[in-house]
Write a protein that binds this ligand. Structure first.
Ligand code: TYD
Length: 132
């Protein structure tokens, strides 16, 4: 799908362990306005189930693993995230769900906008209509 991609973040490995980072203006095609994270997800639960009008984002599996299911109104693509040095870049206007969370997984979202509920499209048929 256009624009959607895995961004490979820097990884510094030495005998003390690994260190990764993300810098505004260096690794992302947007400026970070907000960071939020999803954790303690009970087995079998799904998150998301919406699209954003303006927000684009980078999702990182900081711990554990989960699947991000993306839908651009025409096709669906699933990304399995399980490394803290990979970020999934998602532009605005993509329907997304996050599912199959492993125990103790931590999903961190770097977002291009401040939170506003007006940026959410939570109705799938409305999303489909917006794509026509
Ligand atoms: P929501 O975006 O629906 O969660 P998800 O997409 O992960 O399933 O957010 C859940 C609740 O948290 C909702 O009431 C809005 C609130 N919220 C904020 O207040 N600020 C934020 O930055 C986010 C992401 C959510």
């Amino acid at each position: 799908m256009k624009e959607i991609r895995i961004i490979n973040l820097p990884k510094h490995e030495d005998k003390r362990g690994n260190l990764s980072f993300v810098e505004n203006g260096t690794h992302l095609p947007f400026d970070i306005k907000r960071v939020y994270w999803i954790y303690d997800v009970p087995g079998g639960e799904k998150r998301g189930g919406h699209a954003f009008v303006k927000q684009c984002e980078l999702i990182i599996a900081m711990s554990g693993s989960f699947d991000v299911v993306l839908d651009n109104g025409v096709e669906r693509q699933v990304f399995h995230l399980n490394r803290s040095y990979y970020g999934l870049y998602i532009p605005a206007g993509i329907w997304r769900e996050i599912e199959n969370f492993s125990t103790n997984s931590l999903a961190v979202v770097l977002a291009s906008t401040f939170y506003t509920k007006e940026d959410y499209i939570r109705d799938y048929s409305q999303f489909k209509t917006s794509k026509k």
